[in-house]
Design a protein around this ligand. Structure first.
Ligand code: SAM
Length: 215
């Protein structure tokens, strides 16, 4: 299979034709080998627009949703980004090509280790991963110009609002366990927060102290 051709088709059909406009998002997603972030048996499906299983009942998000979230983050290249939910490492790889440093938190150790291995092999050297409860953010490196949450939260954890830099953007799916609304929250210069609802989405749950209980 020619993955470069499949990737170009994915960008055109699932991103451009569905309204993704940021040229950097399109370029970066046109270059990153998504098939390397899934197991061998699923590689031929890597450029379809589906979330795919990565083990531990978790998923690599569908390309369209990765593009929507990355575009909503409005990155210009010099930002410090916090990602919650490393999963496969693919979203972190996309962010790493569009920002200065990416701090990514994953609660499941085997996923964090696998993502680390893949990101090291592909030389995404500005991605830092920690195994922890990401509902608490990552206080050591705050404030962040962007916080991107790739699991669905019942409410917006207060920790994210306080770890956001002035004029920073938090992109987070909020709602029930089955469906959520993707929301962008901007910390304004006067320390108020502006909320925008972007679209309906469906993520695995954000589990932790300021998220869903672990059942
Ligand atoms: N961004 C990932 C990617 O590119 O593959 C997809 C993430 S997957 C949809 C959601 C991830 O969030 C899972 O790996 C899950 O273990 C993780 N997660 C859920 N609750 C978490 C928490 N409190 N802290 C850190 N990670 C969490």
């Amino acid at each position: 299979m020619d993955y470069a051709v499949a990737r170009r088709r994915m960008v055109e059909k699932h991103l451009v034709q569905r309204g993704i406009k940021d040229p950097r998002v399109l370029e970066v997603m046109g270059n990153i080998p998504r098939h390397k972030f899934v197991e061998d048996a699923l590689q031929s499906q890597a450029y379809t627009d589906y979330a795919l299983p990565i083990g531990e009942k978790q998923t690599i998000s569908q390309p369209y949703m990765v593009a929507v979230m990355t575009e909503a983050a409005q990155l210009i290249g010099d930002e410090k980004v916090l990602e919650i939910g490393t999963g496969s490492g693919y979203q972190a790889a996309v962010l790493s090509r569009m920002a200065a440093q990416v701090y990514s938190v994953e609660r499941i150790v085997v996923l964090a280790r696998r993502a680390r291995r893949i990101l090291d092999t592909l030389q995404y050297n500005n991605v830092h991963i920690k195994v922890s409860d990401g509902t608490l953010g990552w206080t050591e490196h705050q404030p962040y110009e962007v916080i991107l949450v790739t699991a669905g939260a019942p409410d917006v954890p207060q920790e994210y609002l306080s770890q956001l830099a002035p004029l920073g953007r938090l992109v987070i799916p909020v709602g029930g366990e089955d469906t959520q609304t993707l929301r962008r929250i901007t910390r304004m210069a006067d320390n108020t927060y502006r909320e925008e609802d972007l679209l309906l989405c469906r993520f695995v749950p954000l589990i932790g102290q300021s998220g869903w209980p672990n059942e």
